[in-house]
Unconditional design. Structure first.
Length: 362
């Protein structure tokens, strides 16, 4: 059985730190917590779980802080988590089995990061991360904001998920980090432009976000998956600005990089046609989305709603507007398989059953 060091960086996480540690304290062999300047009870809570609490002055660079935390690991493998992450019970069982059976020639184990869930427990955003890494390889974190762990060697993909349960959002924090990079005159990589665009978009700066995404797309270097989502996210910005023509162009532009359709794109194309009341075209794209499946080995973002309940719910609306109530009812029932208590789905069900009941004489 391999041994594992948990390494975390924290700051003002009194609300969530204990919740996180309770889910992993019996799985790891060592807990290392690096505090970057808490002013609440974070350090006090951390010391209830470990005497290995260290301090590092925050310098506006996440990679530097994470690399500092890795220095304190003494076990064979390093697991990293954020304070608002947890392991759900099923994933705890899988993790314990992995720990007992892991081949020590493995340099890294990737796990799903379920970065969002809806009120019905459905995962809304999922992607892979190198989550458990061999200490002796001295892998290094890079990137001052949306950092990544530069990993090489023998990597295996597991079906274990780390679940993110955020209770607050640090508005503007990451934008400030990027602004500091700009002020210093740092050269932006394609990856920087992509994540800078994401921060701008999430903070409502849509025109600036579009410019950042275009700069990512224009560069020959960079991960192709980032370029796919640069197109998709750029399309969202155009939609928020009310520019449906450029939204549609951006969505089709994503095919230049993805080569084959993604449900995330198809569902958005469907909605573009739907709000223009071109219902048959919308149905075509929504139906295509339901026939696609996310690649379980893919490392880029995956939004399961676009493959499952969302296109069915929208087809319910489209078919209703076309007067095809039986098809509308069918797709509402398909959506209900994922969100049975969704008020919209329940409303549709009641309405359609009343109308169909009158029509067929029930």
């Amino acid at each position: 059985m391999v041994t594992i060091s948990l390494c975390m960086i924290v700051k003002n996480e009194e609300e969530v730190l204990a919740r996180c540690l309770e889910t992993v304290k019996d799985i790891v062999d060592e807990i290392n917590i690096v505090d970057t300047g808490s002013t609440d009870r974070t350090v006090e809570i951390a010391k209830q779980y470990t005497d290995r609490v260290f301090f590092f002055e925050w310098i506006g660079n996440f990679a530097a802080a994470r690399n500092e935390s890795f220095k304190y690991a003494t076990k064979e493998y390093i697991l990293y988590l954020d304070a608002d992450d947890v392991l759900l019970e099923e994933d705890r069982k899988k993790f314990k089995e992995l720990k007992e059976t892991l081949d020590q020639s493995v340099d890294s184990v990737s796990m799903y990061y379920d970065a969002g869930t809806d009120e019905f427990g459905n995962v809304t955003l999922r992607y892979r991360r190198n989550r458990l890494v061999k200490r002796e390889k001295n892998f290094v974190w890079k990137g001052d904001c949306h950092q990544y762990l530069e990993v090489y060697g023998k990597i295996i993909n597991s079906d274990i998920s780390v679940t993110h349960k955020k209770v607050k959002h640090s508005v503007g924090r990451n934008l400030n980090i990027y602004q500091n990079k700009i002020d210093r005159g740092d050269k932006f990589s394609a990856r920087d432009y992509f994540y800078y665009g994401n921060e701008l978009r999430e903070n409502g700066h849509y025109e600036k976000a579009i410019d950042a995404y275009d700069k990512n797309i224009a560069l020959k270097e960079g991960w192709i998956e980032d370029k796919v989502y640069a197109c998709i996210n750029k399309a969202d910005c155009y939609r928020f600005l009310g520019d449906l023509e450029n939204e549609l162009k951006s969505l089709f532009q994503s095919f230049e990089f993805s080569k084959t359709p993604r449900a995330e794109t198809c569902s958005r194309i469907g909605y573009n046609f739907q709000i223009k009341r071109e219902y048959n075209a919308a149905i075509y794209w929504y139906n295509l989305a339901t026939q696609l499946h996310p690649d379980s080995a893919k490392w880029s973002f995956s939004y399961p709603a676009y493959y499952t309940w969302y296109p069915h719910l929208q087809m319910c609306v489209c078919y209703y507007n076309l007067g095809q109530l039986q098809k509308s009812y069918y797709h509402n029932e398909e959506a209900a398989k994922y969100r049975p208590q969704d008020p919209r789905i329940l409303h549709n069900k009641k309405l359609l059953e009343e109308k169909l009941g009158i029509r067929v004489g029930i």
